[in-house]
Design a protein around this ligand. Structure first.
Ligand SMILES: [Zn+2]
Length: 258
């Protein structure tokens, strides 16, 4: 599944070809996508200028010069395939944004779960919490948000209203870095542990590509994710997998404390 750094990379690739460009047409090839934006609304996109491509959480938002916003979410398997309108259509192309420049931005998705939505001016974009990089995301605000939650910390972290853009992989990884059990009660996390968790989230998300986090364990991208039965890189205990709210969670049962 594309996680936040991958979505940010996709946004940058899209921005490079699309910002300041004019839309020729939007094609929605998959029925589930076509249902969401009527042909009449789609036709009105022709001739619109793409002013800016922004990322909010894992949504990519194309801000148009008429105030509308085109929002794309890759869900499980989506990706961009950027080429020319005259190129052969890529496999699993579900939608394509054709620009007057001759560029075709194809949304490819084997499982066709990606979404494309068109918001009118003022309708706003999806409801999301602060970005992990935002100073508004800190130990205090996290503690306040968690205090209202029932249940365990791991599923709470996946709630995009809590903090935007943390996916299943990074939720497990951040809890491991912070030495917090995924089963710990969200509402009773101490201020000190909230602080550690905020730092851990930033570390796994933003230090990732170039930083120490990846260099430390060169044999694998992850410390615990998808490593059930292997040794914890920190203490050597056996990594476990549990299912929380229908999603796999990986953790070290020894040094991640409830
Ligand atoms: Zn451990």
């Amino acid at each position: 599944m594309p996680e936040l750094p991958e979505v940010e990379a996709a946004r940058r690739a899209l921005a490079r070809v699309a910002e300041g460009q004019t839309i020729a047409r939007l094609r929605l090839l998959h029925p589930s996508l076509a249902r969401r934006v009527t042909p009449a609304r789609r036709r009105l996109l022709a001739g619109r200028l793409i002013e800016r491509v922004e990322r909010r959480g894992k949504h990519q938002l194309l801000h148009l010069d008429d105030g509308r916003t085109l929002a794309i979410h890759f869900r499980m398997n989506g990706d961009w395939d950027i080429g020319a309108v005259s190129d052969p259509e890529p496999r699993f192309m579900r939608a394509s944004l054709e620009l007057e420049s001759g560029t075709r931005v194809a949304l490819t998705d084997m499982r066709a779960l990606s979404t494309v939505e068109l918001f009118d001016e003022g309708e706003g974009a999806p409801e999301l919490g602060p970005e992990p990089s935002d100073p508004a995301f800190n130990a205090h605000t996290l503690g306040v948000a968690l205090a209202r939650r029932r249940g365990a910390i791991k599923p709470a972290l996946l709630d995009q209203k809590m903090v935007a853009g943390i996916g299943n992989i990074y939720a497990s990884e951040a809890l491991w870095v912070a030495k917090i059990s995924p089963k710990a009660k969200a509402a009773s996390l101490s201020a000190h542990r909230c602080e550690r968790l905020v730092q851990a989230i930033r570390e796994v998300l933003f230090d990732a590509p170039a930083g120490r986090y990846w260099a430390k364990h060169e044999d694998s991208r992850w410390n615990v994710y998808d490593r059930e039965g292997e040794k914890c890189p920190r203490c050597g205990a056996t990594i476990r997998r549990i299912v929380q709210a229908g999603r796999s969670t990986y953790y070290c049962p020894v040094d991640q404390k409830s």
